[in-house]
Ligand binder design. Structure first.
Ligand code: FAD
Length: 347
């Protein structure tokens, strides 16, 4: 038996990892459109700086995730965020954050949060830079054939697990050839799952910017900036001594409005917002980096009753099945779908 997984983000990798442990005889191949593992858990390197321009930290609110991070995966590189997260409001007021939330540990990897993807992918068969565009039933069997954007057949599997964000999964299914009633029901369910966009601006400075907090989060959701992290507080591996890195994640409404803005105009607008927030002139960064996340965070959920198509050998996982964009929830969805696939194998 073999399984094809589309997407090497947290959901796809954790599903593959769980199945490899429990079912060593099952052949699992992961197809990933980009050049690396981790999806929205992503790290960039530039001029001696290292920064997480997607997800920033991982929380471990339950025993499974705690065990994964602290017992199952190598942990030499794992660090805890030492400073608290403060809150800010539309009028720019800053206040200390929720003490209960701040008491919950937040984790990252010193060499970059994408280390988590690399660790989860160890020993797995991942085909990078293969974008799956459509599926089709193999003639005369119940197996699934997978095709790339050029219509080239890249693999055949007994079951397929799809883990891209819901609208991207809908695009694949819309181009696929199988039971039209089922296909249309799935596409309708997935295509309308709302996602927030996020423009992320990383700013590097040749001086130290210090505050009593690691990050600021906007809690009234009225500010153009959703989150501002002092990325250099993650440690000496992150930037040269005496330098700083700020990461501004812009709010959904601001990101929609500015999505097409030229990078220099966007940077000027964001630098002004960040300067206001920190009460300091930040107009001369060494450099800035722009990243646009079209499907940053799900603002809705797809109904499991519609996605339950186990009898066809089609499976779904990802943060949108939990309705909230969090690393630990995406990992959990991968572990849960692994249970469903295992049950299907023993049917
Ligand atoms: C800016 C930002 C900040 C965030 N901050 C945090 C945070 O601090 N803490 C936290 O817990 N969470 C955070 N999140 C949310 C978290 O990153 C996600 O919830 C989680 O990573 C989702 O994992 P996933 O596997 O469901 O999806 P993804 O990470 O999107 O993985 C899907 C994978 O599928 C691949 N793919 C897509 N289409 C195809 C195709 N056609 N063929 C092949 N491969 C394909 C993609 O390239 C990707 O690798 C943040 C997200 C963003 C964008």
């Amino acid at each position: 038996m073999n399984l094809a997984i589309v997407g090497a983000g947290m959901a796809g990798l954790s599903a593959a990892r769980a199945l490899r442990q429990r079912r060593p005889g099952l052949s699992v191949t992961i197809f990933e459109k980009s050049r690396g593992f981790g999806g929205r858990v992503a790290t960039r390197r530039r001029d001696g700086f290292v920064f997480d321009h997607g997800a920033q930290v991982i929380k471990t609110p339950d025993a499974d995730i705690e065990r994964l991070l602290h017992a199952e995966l190598p942990r030499e590189d794992l660090r805890r965020i030492e400073k608290p997260v403060y809150v800010f409001y539309a009028d720019g007021t800053i206040a200390e954050g929720d003490p209960t939330l701040n008491a919950e540990p937040s984790w990252f990897y010193a060499s970059g949060l994408n280390q988590l993807g690399k660790l989860l992918a160890a020993g797995l068969d991942v085909r990078l830079e293969v974008r799956i565009a459509s599926l089709r039933r193999e003639e005369g069997t119940a197996r699934w054939m997978l095709f790339n954007a050029n219509g080239v057949h890249v693999g055949t599997a007994d079951a397929v697990l799809l883990t891209p964000p819901a609208p991207q999964t809908a695009e694949i299914l819309a181009m696929s050839d199988f039971d039209p009633a089922l296909r249309d029901a799935l596409v309708r369910e997935l295509i309308y799952v709302p996602y927030r966009r996020c423009l992320t601006l990383t700013l590097a400075y040749d001086r130290l910017i210090e505050r009593p907090f690691y990050a600021l989060v906007n809690v009234d959701r009225q500010h153009p900036m959703a989150w501002l992290a002092l990325e250099h507080t993650k440690g000496t591996e992150r930037c040269p001594p005496g330098h700083s890195l700020l990461i501004a994640q812009m709010a959904g409404h601001f990101s929609m409005q500015q999505w097409e803005a030229p990078a220099d105009e966007l940077a000027a607008a964001v630098i002004e917002i960040v300067s206001m927030a920190l009460g300091e002139d930040l107009s001369r960064p060494l450099w800035y980096d722009r990243q646009g996340w079209r499907y940053a965070l799900p603002d809705g959920i797809a109904r499991t009753s519609v996605l339950n198509t186990t009898h066809t050998g089609l499976f779904f996982a990802g943060d949108y099945t939990a309705g909230l964009g969090r690393i630990h929830l995406a990992i959990k969805s991968g572990q849960e779908v692994a249970d469903a696939i295992e049950a299907w194998l023993t049917r």
